[in-house]
Design a protein around this ligand. Structure first.
Ligand SMILES: Cc1ncc(CN)c(N)n1
Length: 218
């Protein structure tokens, strides 16, 4: 079995919980409270910049030149393309920029950057994979189960359900499968663990937005 199939099987229960989350269901039917979406986009904008930095670190450390280019493009995509979408959300939903990073976003971005800087590069590739793959699956799930017209969050849905994003996701999955072939069983296990941890963080990221979760002490 491919590394990616085993890894997805390991996180299937997390994914099942994600698509049952009120945040995801309300995003799908357009009823997500505005303050939750605003909070999510504020944190996600911080997340994307740092996700881009983690991807650039992976690019610098990749063994194959093709992977250097691929992860450089991923980094550019996270900062330029996805963040451009956020810029339009900032205007449309009257969101103000913030530098206040909430606890989950803080944990997630520092987990990705430290993994990208210090762990084996194959493990870092596995750690960033849920950011692609889970968003694609969630985007597709929402797109296929849409029941409303004029959903205010339609642009978000179309970004992640779109073909363009799907091609990037396939590249990220294929890269992990290819590098996993060069790894020992122990290293592959570390890749699985990184994929699992980042998937837990994806769940927690949405959960923290639905609870508008800030630091207990500010
Ligand atoms: C937290 C998070 N994870 C993933 C994505 C999709 N790149 C995102 N925008 N935000």
């Amino acid at each position: 079995m491919k590394w990616s199939n085993t890894s997805w099987n390991n996180i299937q229960s997390i994914y099942d919980k994600i698509i049952e989350m009120p945040f995801i269901n309300q995003l799908a039917n357009g009823t997500l409270p505005l303050d939750q979406f605003q909070f999510y986009i504020q944190q996600d904008s911080i997340y994307l910049e740092n996700f881009g930095r983690a991807l650039a670190l992976i690019a610098a450390r990749a063994h194959e030149v093709d992977d250097v280019l691929t992860y450089t493009r991923f980094a550019e995509g996270a900062i330029v393309v996805e963040n451009a979408l956020h810029e339009s959300f900032f205007k449309e939903f009257k969101i103000s920029k913030t530098h206040d990073v909430n606890p989950v976003c803080h944990h997630y971005i520092h987990y990705l950057k430290s993994t990208a800087a210090l762990d084996q590069v194959e493990v870092a590739m596995a750690a960033v994979l849920p950011c692609f793959w889970i968003y694609k699956k969630v985007g597709d799930y929402i797109y296929e189960n849409q029941s409303v017209k004029n959903n205010p969050y339609q642009q978000w849905i179309e970004t992640y359900a779109g073909e363009e994003f799907g091609l990037l996701v396939d590249q990220a999955i294929n890269c992990c499968d290819r590098v996993a072939e060069t790894c020992s069983d122990n290293q592959k296990e570390l890749m699985h663990k990184a994929f699992y941890t980042a998937s837990q963080l994806e769940y927690n990221f949405w959960d923290s937005a639905s609870k508008l979760k800030r630091w207990e002490i500010e």
